[in-house]
Design a protein around this ligand. Sequence first.
Ligand code: SME
Length: 157
Amino acid sequence: VIDPRRQGQYERLYTQLEGLIKEKSPNLIAGMATMVALLHAKLSYHFWTGFYFVAGPDELHVGPYQGSVACQILKGRGVCLACATSGEAVVVPDVHVFPGHIACDPRSQSEIVLPLKKEGRVVAVLDIDSDQPAMFDEDDVAPLQKILELLVPLMSE
Ligand code: SME
C-alpha cells in the first residue's frame, strides 16, 4: 500500500465516472476521454494518463490522453506493449530498470499499464505515468481495472 487513502479515492472516482459515463458517453472515445480527464485531474501523482489502442501484433496507437505530448506510435517494445501482449496489468516502480521501456517524456519515473479487453482480446491499454518513483504497486491494479471496466459496454458496436 503506497497511500492508505488511495483505495477510498478510487471508490469515489469509480462512482463519479459511473455517473459521467454510464448511459451518457455516446461512444468509446468519449468515455475514454472523460475517464482520463477525471483521473488525471484528481490524482495529483499522475504525470501522464492515457490510452493506447492495439493497432497490430506489435504496434500501439495513442488514444485520448492528458499530460505532455505523447509518442503517437509505440512499436516493438515498451511497457504498454508488454501489457497488450500478455493481457495482464504491468506495474513498473522504476522505469529505468524495465528493459525496453519507451520514454515519451524523460520525467516519467514509475508507471502502471492495464488492459481493456473485448471478448478476451486486448483492444486498448490504460497507461498511467508518474514523475515520482514507485507511485504504483499491486494494490492499484484491481481498483483501476474496475474503473476501466466502465468502458466495456461502449465497446459493443
Ligand atoms: N512508457 C510507455 C510509453 C508510453 S508513454 O510513456 C506515454 C511504454 O514503455 O510503453
